[in-house]
Ligand binder design. Sequence first.
Ligand code: NAD
Length: 481
Amino acid sequence: MPFDYAPAPESRSVVDIKASYGLFIGGEFTDATDGTPFKTISPSSEEVLAEVSEAGPSDVDRAVKAARQAFTGVWSRLGPAERGKYLYRIARIVQERARELAVLESLDNGKPIRESRDVDVPTAAAHFFYYAGWADKLDYAGLGSAPRPLGVAGQIIPWNFPLLMLAWKIAPALATGNTVVLKPAETTPLTALLFAEICQQADLPPGVVNIITGAGDTGQALVEHPDVDKIAFTGSTEVGKAIARTIAGTRKKVTLELGGKAANIVFDDAPIDQAVEGIVNGIFFNQGHVCCAGSRLLVQESVYDEVLDSLRRRLRTLRLGDPLDKNTDIGAINSAAQLARIRELSDIGEAEGAQRWSPPCELPEHGFWFPPTLFTGVSQSSRIAQEEIFGPVLSVLTFRTPDEAVAKANNTPYGLSAGVWTEKGSLILWMASRLRAGVVWANTFNRFDPTSPFGGYKESGFGREGGRQGLAGYVKDRRDV
Ligand code: NAD
């Protein structure tokens, strides 16, 4: 049993949450004209945090018009170095307001403050710094000479990394000279709305960034809007497919960052203690609400008992509870709907014959919680080995040879990420060339860096975000007029 820590809560007095928020269109917060407002709650307590506007079709139209006007009137005429200056300014303000952003993210999303403070917010700032640097060097990005922006980008993001996904979308779009209309997820709109204030603080020309809140209908109206040049979507494979169908046959460009079911593969020569840390980070980071989570553990049979014993021992030390407590490892599940899905798939896993195990773990009375969970005896055809659970649930499988590990790792409809644990560099390279995954980590997991492209194969989507490659989704092909 872990010894007791004294509570170490981060103060929430650093954030000023308003009772209600409008839409951020043309540089100002305005009332929605045709939607019904909705509430955003803290998933750890179910406390209502704020009321948020729903953008209906006419609001979406206003936002797209504001973005178009800013594109033709200001942003596309600005020198690249000037665009870079705005991005540097935003990056610095994100850093300056880091504590506020981290507390707000943990309140609205349920993730531990340790993660929002040490991962989400600094990585978001790093993306703005990184793409600020590209703004005046686009001629050297391998995209041809003088690459041209697409125009207005409609961007739709999920709830698992609200500010970070916003940064992944907005930074490269602005660096390449586009303007944007971004829609955050309905359960986590608050850091995007604070980011709107940051755009005002940075004196960003009105209409360059527009933030509209709402759920799927708002997203769909944005996708269908005829004056949007590009849709950048991160979310579920199901919605991604629907978007691809809507856009088919139009001139709109699209990039899709969708779901995953990554294999984290541990060979018998791996440093077991480090691998166990990587397994824990791979699936329990952000409650497993991670598209590239290492949700399938593949262990070489000869070290199966050793790895599982260590893993169970380690899981007993994880602290689940108040996201604002600095000692918390596992926070709340983001919504009642997501909790219901995790429960349903876990019950299916048991019904299919897998053995379920969780460490002793007291769940708070209010809010949405799920204990860290392992399933052993999982067969490849089991739904918990094939479907994305998007929660703190690990399915454990075994293998004997590298060929078998590759075959099992690739045996899902997804192809977003994978992890390999071994001390042999040659085996890492051999595996990496055979794994159908956009990212392969070796002796680490869930590492993100703005210089490194990220994206999927198969049903994990197409297009890359991050790195030089992340610019390509926001510039015209040479053949485009
Ligand atoms: P989701 O697809 O339900 O929602 C994502 C966003 O799309 C939300 O903003 C939502 O309001 C909007 N939306 C819903 N229906 C829409 C429609 N018909 N048209 C347009 N927009 C619509 O996904 P989610 O539950 O919010 O997020 C979890 C999923 O996101 C997981 O599958 C996860 O793997 C994926 N994800 C992928 C990446 C990646 O980079 N590949 C990163 C994070 C999350």
